[in-house]
Design a protein around this ligand. Structure first.
Ligand SMILES: C[S@@+](CC[C@H](N)C(=O)[O-])C[C@H]1O[C@@H](n2cnc3c(N)ncnc32)[C@H](O)[C@@H]1O
Length: 470
């Protein structure tokens, strides 16, 4: 038993092959890098690394690292301990025969069972051709018995025919052979699909993207994660699945309390218990639910302290939901004691896009722990987009910026930032308010202009639903 543990867990200095899904291409590298960073490991690809390829070879890892990554990744399909590779089958053979025999033998001895799979990317092979490929590996010293149903060890021959479906070469561009280690978490995309979610809204975040966001945020067990625009809590569902405690705020009373009109065609009103807590219960993570509350993200509600390990959110763009905040165009004077009478109903006004992001970055700088991550979506108008328009903050470093194209002209970008320093004394909101200064000018003149254009494109003011009051 001890020998088996040693051979399966401590096999370091090997090369590992990761097979990635060919969707959400932009999100894959930041996901794998974040998952490696969670384990304190750097990203060491092989020299001819191609980001858009479905196959990546990584160095400097041990099998435990690879299992750790695969236990979280929704971008990766499977991982293998790489035994050999080459541009042709004869190069593969040379490479395999050079692989240290002592690394192979623990998985090939006569008491073991095994099977070999053949996987082809961008080409379908006939069954007979697959068998030929397996037979051609007869130079490998397998001594165990083949078991197709429950093998102890699974091996895979992977052939890469490139990424162009209109130009499939006759012979593969590259071939790999390795021992299967683990599959990724693609199954979460199906099991957590919003189609079967208890409580949903018009803007519920897709399950796959929610898990990718949680991974970019490096969410881990016992973290406290906050979503300031929580909606139906899709991001909380994903974070709780990875063992984090979750909380959120939303300006919409009905959303927070699971009341009002249903987003399902077949149903007029939301039923009893259609709320975020019930969503977590559906996936067995209710114990990670802290709470959600009705609150306006433009107003500071938290004590000034580093409270959250991660802030992950999908702010309103005003396309399918309102970008409102409490307050009025008519200046409502605050009572002298700062407390509103019980009967006070906040009215709402437009929440300008540039203010949403300035407020989000500022409050993240205040409330994230050092090293904590902010992950959020930024809407962009593609013809005008350039990197300079991404809001910056001196306490937050941009880690990644990935595009999800929505149409020829529109996209949203998933921005990941990491807190690198505490806001200076003068930066604190209290001081700024005393001095009548804006908290942090996260937008230069260029960004201001860009956001005001984007705000106009997001629909007319009067089209947007009002949340509170007038
Ligand atoms: C894109 S949706 C978030 C969807 C959410 N990720 C989900 O999966 O359901 C944006 C949310 O922001 C809320 N919102 C709009 N203005 C707000 C504000 N000023 N403060 C807090 N929440 C606000 C809207 O009510 C909406 O639920």
């Amino acid at each position: 038993m001890r020998i088996k543990m040693a051979t399966t867990l401590n096999r370091s200095c090997n090369q590992y092959l990761i097979h990635l899904a060919q969707d959400n291409l932009d999100f894959r590298l930041p996901e794998i890098k974040a998952l490696l960073a969670l384990r304190g490991k750097p990203f060491h690809p092989r020299t001819n690394f191609t980001e858009k390829s479905p196959f990546w070879c990584l160095d400097g890892l041990c099998e435990e690292d690879v299992r750790g990554i695969m236990a979280r990744s929704v971008c990766a399909k499977s991982a293998f301990e790489l035994w050999g590779h080459g541009q042709t089958h004869s190069e593969l053979k040379t490479s395999l025969l050079n692989y240290p025999l002592e690394n192979m033998l623990p998985f090939m001895h006569k008491d073991s069972t095994y099977k070999i799979n053949v996987y082809t990317f961008n080409k379908t092979l006939e069954f007979a051709d697959r068998i030929k490929r397996i037979d051609a590996l007869d130079y490998l010293p397998f001594e165990g018995a083949v078991s197709l149903k429950s093998p102890e060890h699974i091996f895979c021959l992977l052939e890469d025919y490139g990424t162009d479906p209109n130009n499939i070469p006759e012979h593969p561009n590259y071939i790999y052979f390795g021992r299967w280690i683990a599959d990724g978490q693609r199954e979460l995309i199906r099991s957590h699909s919003v189609k079967n979610r208890h409580f949903i809204g018009n803007t519920s975040m897709d399950a796959g993207l929610s898990f990718i966001m949680a991974n970019h945020a490096k969410v881990k067990e016992n973290d406290l994660v906050f979503d300031p625009f929580v909606g139906t809590g899709s991001l909380l569902v994903a974070c709780s699945q990875f063992g984090a405690y979750v909380c959120g705020t939303d300006i919409d009373f009905n959303t927070i309390h699971g009341k009002g009109r249903s987003s399902r065609k077949s149903q007029k009103w939301r039923g009893p218990d259609e709320n975020i807590r019930a969503n977590l219960r559906q996936y067995g993570t209710e114990k990670m639910y802290v709470d959600v509350m009705v609150s306006d993200a433009s107003k500071p509600v938290w004590r000034e302290a580093a409270l959250f390990d991660a802030i992950i959110t999908d702010p309103p763009y005003g396309i399918r939901e309102s970008t409102r905040r409490t307050g009025s165009h008519k200046d409502i004077s605050k009572p002298h004691d700062g407390i509103y009478v019980d009967s006070h109903v906040p009215v709402s006004q437009a929440y300008h896009l540039s203010d949403i992001f300035t407020d989000l970055l500022h409050s993240s700088a205040l409330h994230l722990v050092m090293g904590g991550r902010l992950v959020y979506w930024l809407p962009v108008y593609r013809p005008e987009y350039c990197e300079e328009m991404v809001p910056l903050h001196p306490c937050l470093r941009v880690i990644s910026n990935c595009e999800q194209t929505l149409s020829s002209h529109t996209a949203r970008r998933l921005i990941t930032m990491e807190k690198i320093k505490e806001p200076e004394e003068l930066d604190s909101l209290a001081h700024m308010e005393d001095l009548h200064l804006s908290p942090y000018q996260g937008h230069n003149a260029f960004r201001e202009k860009y956001f005001s254009g984007l705000n106009k494109r997001c629909g007319k003011e009067e089209d947007r639903p009002h949340v509170n009051g007038q």
